[in-house]
Design a protein around this ligand. Structure first.
Ligand SMILES: [Zn+2]
Length: 300
């Protein structure tokens, strides 16, 4: 069976793994990104991680998911490098190809990589059209169809669903706009809503957990659920996909909001039928498995 390396580059950690043709992770490693240290150090950390994974293995390809807008032809980060310092402009593919000269390298946006994983072995298996949103520190988006694959857009800036505007002139977003979805339904967004109401900081997980016993926490969760449901209505009306997959860390708290979300979605949407709303199957490993699939797709 052939083996590839999948790398999931995040703002805090770099996860890497040896992945087989069935989507199993055979070996796994994790190091700090050191994203504040700048691109040279981050690249060095990626290379060292790959060197460690490659030891005693026959590897056919390398796939990598990175934050930011990714020119997938050149394997380059364009314009926006997410939350890694000075990351925009890096030629990831070129850098890695130079280091590992006989192994093909392919690079993709991290949210797209998570979608590729779900489509391959996760919640989206067997579906023809999928839209995925990831509710993590920020809100990522991905659009995929069986016939066309990943939707990249004309400038590799397509599917940035987290930067749809939910509240006109609302909270300032890191992207420069105001009122983006990401500022409300991400983990940080929920924490901001709580802070606005109380002047205090509380972790998103705690806000969800305290929903039943704390009035303010309940209000914050209610706002989150309504905002998310409105967002789902827009997705349904724009894309009408067969499946809408929700991933990201916030999904770990779904026992506190999933049922209510479906209820609100149904009451807000003109035609709520026909779009399956599914929780992602893979959370922490999605980036590594999806990057592995990316590598396989480009060698076969
Ligand atoms: Zn934004």
């Amino acid at each position: 069976m052939q083996k590839v390396i999948g790398i999931d580059l995040g703002g805090t950690k770099i996860n890497g793994g040896v992945v087989d043709e069935e989507g199993n992770i055979l070996k796994k490693l994790r190091v700090d990104t050191q994203s504040k240290a700048g691109r040279e150090i981050v690249l060095e950390n990626i290379k060292n991680l790959i060197k460690e994974l490659i030891k005693d293995e026959k590897i056919e390809g390398i796939g990598l998911g990175s934050p930011g807008f990714i020119d997938t032809d050149k394997g380059r980060v364009v314009y926006n490098g997410g939350n890694i310092e000075n990351w925009a402009g890096v030629y990831i593919k070129e850098e890695l190809s130079r280091e590992f000269d006989n192994i093909p390298v392919h690079v993709e946006n991290d949210a797209n990589v998570a979608l590729i994983c779900e489509e391959w072995v996760g919640a989206g298996k067997g579906l023809d059209t999928i839209v995925m949103i990831t509710l993590g520190t920020g809100v990522g988006g991905g659009i995929w169809s069986k016939t066309q694959g990943i939707w990249h857009g004309n400038n590799y800036q397509g599917a940035e669903l987290g930067h749809s505007i939910l509240y006109p002139m609302g909270r300032q977003c890191n992207c420069g706009q105001k009122g983006c979805v990401e500022q409300y339904i991400s983990g940080r967004g929920i924490e901001k809503t709580y802070f606005q109401k109380t002047g205090k900081n509380l972790k998103g997980v705690e806000i969800f957990k305290n929903r039943e016993k704390d009035k303010i926490c309940n209000e914050v969760v209610e706002i989150f659920i309504r905002d998310l449901s409105i967002f789902l209505v827009s997705i349904k009306n724009i894309f009408d996909p067969e499946g809408l997959i929700i991933g990201g860390g916030v999904i770990n708290s779904r026992e506190y909001w999933w049922k209510d979300m479906l209820k609100y979605y149904k009451s807000y949407c003109n035609a709520p039928i026909g779009m399956k709303i599914l929780p992602a199957k893979y959370l922490n490993d999605a980036g590594v498995i999806g990057a592995g699939k990316l590598a396989f797709d480009n060698i076969l």
